[in-house]
Design a protein around this ligand. Structure first.
Ligand code: CA
Length: 249
């Protein structure tokens, strides 16, 4: 189990960040020592400053001492639930702007909705890879502060998020806004399978009524755009479930 939290061997596979984020402070709230140790080590390697808390009261103390730029919050804690902490913080002015990524072993749709409704910015299900976690952290930090990072890179693909333009091997691609958002989501959530429904939630938004088939239509368009550049195989169909975006074949 522990190995799942160890950094992957090939760091060149990480989406490249364009600006140094070394000053970003992350508060990791997690009661499982082995996970805390691994996540803390891996994020330290990425240049983040990590504060750790093993329960809710330790977390409150850490926050009082140093306001974090982002919180990784375990759902099940010994003294309270992550959800309860999240609800409490979102009522405080000073905490409202601090993005929260929930870490959880729970996979039920209901819990995901509770978390997002209570103000979580993203949701990551255990076991997760360090690569996935760091990609999510970058995406959430970028969303929160607008200009911290304006580029996402993965393999030969680069997105300029300010100009809303995509490049493969520096060749510009013409694509519609939905294809762009879909590609941005994939590039910041690599190597994990998403159902059509999950893609609708994240890319189209939960309040939109769109049929699942719409996802397939946009996937086809995106693949067509990427095909002449030999990148279409990065969008992988997982039969009976959905899609995965990966550099690995
Ligand atoms: Ca726990």
């Amino acid at each position: 189990m522990q190995n799942q939290y160890v950094a992957e061997e090939n760091p060149s596979q990480f989406p490249v960040k364009t600006q140094n984020m070394s000053s970003k402070r992350i508060l990791l709230i997690e009661d499982e020592h082995s996970i805390r140790e691994m996540v803390s080590f891996a994020l330290g390697q990425e240049g983040y400053v990590i504060d750790e808390a093993e329960n809710g009261s330790a977390a409150e103390l850490q926050i009082a001492n140093n306001l974090p730029d982002l919180i990784l919050l375990d759902w099940m804690l010994p003294d309270t639930s992550g959800l309860e902490l999240l609800r409490r913080w979102k009522r405080k002015d000073v905490m409202q702007e601090v993005p929260v990524i929930m870490l959880t072993a729970r996979v039920e749709e209901r819990d995901k909705i509770d978390g997002l409704d209570s103000g979580a910015d993203d949701y990551i299900t255990k076991p997760f890879s360090v690569k996935e976690l760091t990609a999510r952290i970058r995406a959430v930090l970028r969303r929160g502060s607008g200009s911290i990072e304006n580029e996402v890179k993965l393999g030969p693909i680069r997105l300029d998020l300010n100009a809303h333009r995509a490049y493969v091997h520096d060749k510009s691609l013409d694509m519609g806004p939905t294809e762009f958002r879909l590609l941005e989501f994939f590039m910041t959530h690599p190597d994990r399978v998403y159902s059509r429904n999950q893609l609708l939630d994240y890319v189209w938004g939960r309040n939109m009524y769109v049929e699942e088939r719409t996802v397939d239509v946009h996937i086809v368009r995106l693949r067509k755009l990427l095909k002449p550049l030999n990148c279409d195989q990065m969008i992988q169909t997982v039969r009976g479930y959905g899609y995965r975006f990966s550099e690995k074949q």
